[in-house]
Design a binder for this molecule. Structure first.
Ligand code: FE
Length: 200
């Protein structure tokens, strides 16, 4: 049985950038629904013995397991997203990741623009990610539930660009949501910890 992890902050802690109303729905309804849908789908099957990460890897690319994959990946992606943001976050990075961003993108400003452009440019629902692949940082986007961990790429940071993540606060202004994410919400502690971690 997969459990809904606790939010790492209070429902109103990200205001004014992400409202408590958004978190009530996004965490309390959407994330929660992915968890309960997944449990219904795996209950009584061999997959119920697996970790969430294993379920994602086992079902990735399998036409007969699309619903399981989608719900499992969305559970994982959302938990990763909650840790990618924090109150009074964002702004200039620090620690080992700051040096690596300068080295691999040229500067923080180039990184921030590319991250924003990639997230805004994701057509429809999905995610934008800062990842480390073959020792180098990259920014990628994925559609719907797709997740880098299904293809063995290590994520450091993600932003949810499904409309449910920002519509109550920003309506159709996805670029403004991205500005808030980059300037006020990114959890660089989490991204630094992921950079140092050996495993995905
Ligand atoms: Fe979401």
């Amino acid at each position: 049985m997969i459990l809904l992890p606790e939010l790492p902050f209070g429902n109103d802690a990200l205001e004014p950038y992400i409202s408590s109303g958004t978190l009530d729905f996004h965490y309390g309804k959407h994330h929660n629904a992915y968890v309960s849908n997944l449990n219904k789908l795996i209950d009584g099957t061999e997959l119920s013995q697996e970790t969430l990460e294993s379920i994602i890897r086992i079902t990735s690319g399998r036409a007969d397991k699309i619903a399981v994959f989608n719900n499992a990946a969305q559970v994982w992606n959302h938990t990763f997203y909650w840790h990618s943001i924090k109150p009074a976050g964002g702004g200039i990075p620090y620690g080992p990741l700051a040096e690596k961003i300068d080295m691999d993108f040229g500067s923080y400003e180039i990184f921030a623009q590319k991250f924003k452009d990639t997230a805004v440019g994701q057509f429809g629902s999905g995610w934008a990610w800062l990842v480390e692949k073959d020792g180098k940082l990259d920014i990628i986007k994925t559609s719907n539930a797709d997740t880098p961990i299904a293809i063995g790429v290590k994520p450091l940071l993600t932003v949810d660009v499904w409309e449910h993540a920002y519509y109550l606060d920003y309506q159709n202004r996805r670029p403004d949501y991205l500005d808030s994410f980059i300037k006020n919400l990114i959890n660089w502690d989490f991204a630094n910890a992921n950079l140092i971690a050996k495993i995905i």
